[in-house]
Design a protein around this ligand. Sequence first.
Ligand code: 5GP
Ligand code: ZN
Length: 116
Amino acid sequence: MADERCLFCDIVAGRLPATLVHEDDEVLAFRDIAPRAPVHVLVIPRRHLVSVMDFGEDDAPLLSRMFAAIREVARREGVADTGFRVVSNAGRNGGQTVGHLHFHVLGGRFMTWPPG
Ligand code: 5GP
Ligand code: ZN
């Protein structure tokens, strides 16, 4: 269910502008407003889920769609061959700042490990 005070639900609803990279009936992908790498795209479900903790048994098709979108973004952004990183921060210690599930797709430079 849409959360009225959720930034990413606002993007889904078209109330807040975003630079879309990919969209389908279940998933949106758009550029991060404060990119941490030359390629930094956020892949989100249209449906409001808070984090990966909200994935249920019935959400396997959604998860599959999200990863299809991630592969599509990686190809479209030219990082499929050079490599990229997929990250989903969850909760306070995970560093999550927006409470609507999202996968960061980061690439275009060497990604150091481990993350801070
Ligand atoms: P988190 O910190 O929750 O893992 O990731 C949230 C991400 O959303 C951050 O990288 C932040 O830059 C991005 N972000 C926050 N507000 C907006 C916005 O209004 N538009 C877009 N495109 N990205 C946003
Ligand atoms: Zn939301």
